[in-house]
Design a binder for this molecule. Structure first.
Ligand SMILES: [Zn+2]
Ligand SMILES: [Zn+2]
Length: 388
């Protein structure tokens, strides 16, 4: 029978992965590492995508299926820590803690194998590629059938903003849908002294930026969080030349699908209408990113119960939604589930930098806590799965 997992082992997996980070959709060595480990436990990984895989642990007794997800990819960042196990790959770094997520799920595998005789149902371990790069790996796994027969799906993210020993979660919308757009305005250039012979793309685009502010302030329900931000504005070439073209980019953040559609539609309508009014041409390229991450209320409650049992009643921090994005959102569009923020902050370990920072690191003492919280939550869901 497999042994229970301990901090030493979790640490050694995490450090190996940390030294060998791989970018989204390129996680070949990482996938091979996970596959070798799972096979050594007697499991049979299913590989239907280029990178990433899943594996089932069938309990001795029948019951529902709970899927647990870890993302496995790293980021194009040059690591700036002086840790002895720092990245060996220039320009690539596990700066979002996915090395920790992966080792936690490897630990979860062992824990469930150790209790297989008592297990009523099935655990599916999802090792997902490419969380960091849209369109993301979650959709690939889903298309490959990773959620077939699944009754609930859970996952977590390591966050140094909370200290080790604390966890946070929000029922309902917890992370935002994150879209981007490019706006191109084409007028008619000419001499700065003869505006009547031109169509001034710069002046029109400036009005469009102002008009777009009205979408959030006048069209979106005031109780619905929404952001429209222009990040860049490029137009013109010299002080006495009227700009023929303007190119702007920006991002839209929302929590509800209705608000998302409303903003996309409103921007298109306003820009087209203004272009027509001024005799310019406009092209709005609106690209959807990950949808909003919406936690299932019942599964969220089960997570909170498990957190309080494992970390103590004071371990649970009531959360607030954040405007960041996560492709775990796609699983939650298909199945009841929830996503937890697990604290891994600890100044003594240098774990004080936010995710995606070149000095990012985690307090490894959070790893066994992650294993225990996921195992306890999954056990509760097997015993009492969500209905419908
Ligand atoms: Zn990230
Ligand atoms: Zn991440």
């Amino acid at each position: 029978m497999p042994q229970h997992v301990d901090l030493e082992e979790l640490r050694s997996w995490r450090r190996h992965l940390h030294q060998h980070p791989e970018l989204s959709f390129e996680e070949h060595e990482t996938t091979a590492y996970i596959e070798g480990y799972l096979r050594s436990l007697g499991l049979e990984p299913v590989r239907k995508t280029e990178t990433g895989l899943w594996a089932d642990i069938q309990g001795a007794h029948p019951g529902p299926t709970v899927a647990i997800r870890a993302d496995i990819d790293a980021l194009p960042i040059e690591e700036q820590t002086d840790l002895p196990f720092r990245s060996q790959k220039p320009g690539v770094m596990h700066a979002c803690g996915h090395d920790g997520h992966t080792s936690i799920l490897m630990g979860v595998a062992r824990e469930f194998l150790a209790r297989r005789q008592d297990l009523k149902g099935r655990i599916r371990l999802l090792f997902q590629p490419a969380e960091e790069t849209p369109p993301g790996g979650a959709q690939l796994l889903i298309q490959a059938g990773a959620l077939e027969g699944v009754d609930a799906v859970i996952g977590l993210h390591l966050i140094p903003a909370f200290p080790t020993g604390k966890a946070s979660i929000v029922a309902g919308p917890m992370m935002a849908a994150s879209d981007r757009f490019v706006l191109e305005v084409v007028g008619k250039g000419g001499h700065g002294a003869s505006p009547h012979e031109t169509v001034d793309a710069l002046a029109i685009a400036a009005q469009m930026v102002t008009a777009a502010q009205q979408v959030v302030s006048r069209q979106v329900d005031p109780l619905e969080p929404a952001v429209v931000t222009f990040g860049t504005f490029h137009a013109g070439s010299n002080f006495n030349i009227i700009a023929q073209e303007a190119r702007l980019t920006g991002t839209v953040r929302t929590f509800s699908e209705g608000t998302r559609q409303l903003i996309e539609g409103s921007l298109e309508r306003i820009f087209q209408g203004m272009a027509q009014a001024y005799g310019a041409k406009v092209r709005l390229d609106y690209r959807r990113g990950y949808p909003a991450l919406v936690n299932h209320p019942y599964v969220t409650d089960v997570f909170i119960e498990a957190v309080k049992e494992i970390l103590g009643p004071e371990g649970y921090i009531p959360g607030r939604p954040v405007m960041g994005g996560e492709d775990f959102a796609y699983y939650l569009q298909q199945k009841p589930g929830a996503f937890l923020f697990l604290g891994c902050g600890n100044p003594a370990e240098g774990a004080i930098y936010p995710n995606h920072h070149p000095s990012f690191t985690i307090d490894e003492k959070a790893l066994p806590l992650g294993v225990d919280v996921l195992v306890r939550t999954a056990e509760k869901l097997l015993a009492h799965p969500p209905r419908g």
